[in-house]
Design a protein around this ligand. Structure first.
Ligand SMILES: C[S@@+](CC[C@H](N)C(=O)[O-])C[C@H]1O[C@@H](n2cnc3c(N)ncnc32)[C@H](O)[C@@H]1O
Length: 289
């Protein structure tokens, strides 16, 4: 982002826009949570292992979405342990509550919490989990400083982000297809950008600057499977209100054009039966407070 842009953005407006996006996304995320979790299970497992769950621990999950990563830990901190599952979007929390009920979990509390201003006491938690959340903090240093504040000394944070946009065809393909079809005028993703915390160097510097040590990072390859282009189109519409807004009023010719572009871009991954798996690379990290 250029210096000029930095002066133009109104942080409150940006934060409100991010919140609105996720409030609207919540029902679709619940609907697709089985598929997303199957793809991101290795990531969740790495994070849960990294906090070394023990009975009796108090664990905070930030930007929990439907809550599945924390729910894996919830079972491992029994008896006596409590998971506090949080998100900035009330609608996500609502979906997470429903999911915890389905799973029969009894040691989970739910709370609306913004990742930049964590509503919790100093040193209240033994561990913090966050899968694909820190990238959405406009002030990322504040988010990590707050995380360290709510961890007891020696407590651990484990989180996941995405590596660079170019290494994530699962997102790049739909974005470039929209751009090539003239439905968006830029390929630039404004901050907060899901591909911003994309290297071990950026993540390590942020953690060390905010007082963490024992930083560990790793990359995990993931794959998003689709039955074909229609499935990709439908899934993306379900998960992304921004995509749904862009395609809602397209006429038949525009829809065909977009679908042809998606077919062309997914061709390198496509099997004889039309299905394909779009790859991506997650970056995971853990550190000690
Ligand atoms: C990509 S989703 C990830 C959800 C979940 N952690 C998962 O891996 O399935 C991002 C989540 O971050 C939440 N989020 C975005 N900005 C936030 C903020 N400032 N504070 C707290 N949560 C936020 C959204 O509501 C959404 O649930």
């Amino acid at each position: 982002m250029s210096g000029a842009d930095e002066h133009e953005i109104d942080p409150d407006e940006v934060r409100a826009g991010v919140r609105d996006h996720w409030e609207r996304a919540a029902p679709g995320w619940r609907e697709s949570s089985g598929r997303f979790n199957a793809t991101a299970m290795d990531v969740a497992q790495w994070l849960v292992d990294a906090i070394r769950p023990q009975p009796g621990m108090r664990v905070l999950e930030l930007a929990a979405g439907i809550g599945e990563t924390g729910f894996l830990a919830a079972e491992l901190i029994e008896p006596g342990g409590v998971l506090v599952s949080t998100d900035g979007a009330e609608a996500m929390l609502e979906q997470a509550r429903g999911r915890a009920q389905e799973l029969g979990l009894r040691n989970v509390e739910f709370k609306p919490v913004d990742i930049e201003w964590i509503d919790a006491q100093t040193a209240e938690f033994d561990a913090v989990l966050c899968r694909f959340g820190y990238m959405f903090a406009l002030d990322r240093e504040a988010a990590f400083r707050e995380t360290r504040r709510v961890l007891r000394p020696g407590g651990r944070v484990a989180f996941a982000t995405w590596t660079a946009f170019e290494r994530n065809p699962w997102s790049r393909i739909t974005r470039t297809a929209l751009y090539d079809a003239g439905l968006t005028d830029t390929l630039e993703i404004l901050r907060p950008n899901p591909f911003d915390l994309s290297t071990p160097e950026i993540v390590t510097a942020l953690l060390e600057d905010t007082g963490f040590d024992e930083v560990r990072t790793a990359e995990i390859e993931v794959g998003f499977p689709y039955e074909g282009v229609i499935d990709l189109f439908t899934q993306t519409k379900t998960l992304s209100p921004a995509f749904a807004d862009l395609v809602r009023d397209l006429d038949a010719r525009q829809l065909t054009d977009l679908q042809e572009r998606l077919t062309e871009k997914t061709a390198p991954y496509t099997q004889p039966d039309g299905s394909f798996t779009l790859p991506g690379v997650a970056l995971v990290a853990s550190a000690q407070a």
